[in-house]
Design a binder for this molecule. Sequence first.
Ligand SMILES: Nc1ncnc2c1ncn2[C@@H]1O[C@H](COP(=O)(O)OP(=O)(O)OP(=O)(O)O)[C@@H](O)[C@H]1O
Ligand SMILES: [Mg+2]
Length: 252
Amino acid sequence: MSGITSSAATLPYPSAPGRAAQHPVISLSAVHKIYGEGEAEVRALDGVGLSIARGEFVAIIGASGSGKSTMMNIIGCLDAPTSGEYRLDGIATGELDEHQLAQIRNRKIGFVFQNFNLIPRTRAVDNVAMPLAYRGVSRRERHERAMAALDAVGLSERASHLPSQLSGGQQQRVAIARALVTEPVLLLADEPTGALDTHASHEVLDLFDSLHATGRSIVMITHELDVAARAERTVRMQDGLIIADSRTGGVA
Ligand SMILES: Nc1ncnc2c1ncn2[C@@H]1O[C@H](COP(=O)(O)OP(=O)(O)OP(=O)(O)O)[C@@H](O)[C@H]1O
Ligand SMILES: [Mg+2]
């Protein structure tokens, strides 16, 4: 059970090592998310089924209000469905308490946000090391792993720079290094190129391509069709439902 610390004993692990690749990274079954009641009821998700295998690179697209963020929040274990089941890497999340959900988030998912969410006045390497601090990893190992993650995004020579001393594209690459430093099973990106110019967007998408090539699972929300076209699969949402799912890349 490599990578699982003693504190993980409270997490119900579904399977023995070696069987992990057999279940999807993400499995949503008949997921509903309903806000409000009566006349004010909003069916933000209205019966979503979605299965994403390990190593897939998937874009989620759809008009404003179609349910993308609602679905991302559920996939990210930041919110729970009103009904239906969500399994993350084989674990039935509905059976977990708040503490276990926080653990699974930290252990399984690397988040990338539109606005990078780096800690200001904190060196790139220390930003990247941050998620490891919650895991009782020694200072020296935190530094080593953060440097390795920065190297993987091509920024080891900027390790001592502050966020304000980096370009937007570089800041997003630091944020991606931070998302990867825990070696999560899934990279979850919400409009990762939304705040970037064309050149920086390509830098980030090239990085996603190379992560995908090394077997990383990536789920990315985007408004931009040319960005979605970089994924190998595009899931289109409308009114809380998945209305198209194209495996060829590009838009269905
Ligand atoms: N906390 C909430 N309370 C009530 N309604 C909500 C809440 N959050 C979202 N909704 C509604 O659920 C629907 C889906 O919202 P969601 O944020 O998932 O859309 P989205 O596809 O992410 O849109 P955007 O592209 O604008 O970010 C919308 O009609 C929205 O108004
Ligand atoms: Mg949204």
